[in-house]
Design a protein around this ligand. Sequence first.
Ligand code: HEC
Ligand code: HEC
Ligand code: HEC
Length: 427
Amino acid sequence: MVDKHNDQRKYTSLGLLLMTLGALILVPGALAVSDFPPVFNQKYGTVDTRIDASSCTICHEGAPVLNDYGKALNEAGVTPGSNDTELINGLTAIEQNDSDGDGFSNIVEINARFFPGNASDHPATTPNATPTVTATPNATETPTVTATPTVTTTPAAKKIKEISINKQIINIFEDVYSYFMKLSLPKSLNNFYQNSKPGTPSSEWVGEMFIMAGAFDGMIANMQEGDMVNANVSYNVFANEYKKVSNKVPSWKGYFDVSAVKKLGKDMNKNANESVISKDIAKVGATCEKCMGERTAQVWAKYYWRDFDTVNISGEVPWPDGMAMLAVNFGGIGANAAEGNQTSTNNSFNQFKVLYANVKVACYNCHDTPRLYYVSDDVFAKIDQMGTNITANNMTNVQAIQQELGIQCYRCHVLHWPAQDMKGKMK
Ligand code: HEC
Ligand code: HEC
Ligand code: HEC
């Protein structure tokens, strides 16, 4: 379930990229298809509305499967090879039709920002009293509510407003998050990671941490043994190192609490009781934990993680593009199988199989030894089984196997994606 959802989300959110790849790489000669969303949006002013055509669902149930509106367009002569003018003519030709049969013509639905190819998405059928109008805090901002000739469009307008506000907020948070990720590691930290490469991570910073942590843990162990002489020796090593490190990265000075370390030293000297010293130690330890907790994952992503964007699949296709192609074909298997179209299922399948074999080889960009997961022999046996079922025209089995295979995509994603995402945002 989870993985299926994950893949579908990925698939639909790819928007224009998939479209471009689908058209450019997989169906040579069908260049015009990639213009459909922008042409539609321009004709109807639908950019950034809930029916923005770049999400494809205005015409597709899930590309390449057309919905009723897309089918009508297709019947009006729009094909993957159509140019902009042919598309515009096709769009105009079906404006007065009610392609999804929900009682509203395509143009009425488009103007009210509803989907003309989805019967369950349409303007309200009964003029309703819009009871919430008065409750809306900014109702006064919309003085035209009563002037609107058809009350039925009000809920739509509201819906659009809600969606666009949400979208703006999401965009702002995304930007702020990316901004902080970019700032999260100071430039001067680079000095400590000069020789670090993905695969052979190395860090002078971690070297300093080991000196510090070793002395700190040694001090605690000595105390537990009642060996205060050596505890003091360890303390001195620790305190010197702590002070030294606290000056290394200027913008990280706030993570260090040198006075807490001094207090610990003083309390040890005057043989303060155990509970005082424990509190001192906890206070110092908390400074280490805070810095590590807040910065480690970003350091790993920046200095240790190999960027998937620099890895190619089959020698020439950049990783993200390869994944997008994979997704188009993988999705195409399911969609075509659901339509019972054996030939196109087989086309998608053949492309998918070759690509996935290339993905397997691409693992070796980063791993020296074979990894058994996601691309293992049993996975490829399942892929072959899928081929056999396509040949036998057993589409129910094909769909079931497609979903099982999706789990492998998900598992590889859940492992590799988080660090990759973080790295991307830090660039
Ligand atoms: C290495 C294991 C791995 C496997 C196996 C894998 N992926 Fe990916 N995939 C990734 C990583 C890592 C990214 C993120 C790439 C990036 O952001 O640079 C990714 C990205 C994607 C994307 C987004 C592309 C983009 O625009 O950035 C899609 C879609 C995708 N994968 C689909 C699939 C499908 C479908 C399958 C299975 C048939 C699959 N992947 C198998 C690792 C994997
Ligand atoms: C304005 C309507 C419209 C929009 C928007 C649209 N498509 Fe299409 N698409 C069509 C029509 C019509 C066809 C032709 C179907 C046919 O001839 O069988 C088509 C065909 C396709 C095909 C099959 C290409 C081929 O050569 O068979 C793919 C894949 C596809 N679209 C993907 C997408 C994706 C992905 C998006 C969103 C980025 C998208 N489409 C947006 C109407 C649209
Ligand atoms: C861009 C580099 C990159 C690519 C490509 C890549 N991985 Fe990884 N993978 C990593 C890193 C980094 C780790 C973290 C641990 C390590 O270094 O092994 C990791 C960890 C793993 C792990 C968990 C640790 C282990 O060794 O068991 C598995 C399993 C794995 N990858 C499988 C794969 C498979 C299968 C592929 C190809 C489909 C693949 N990886 C492609 C970078 C990559």
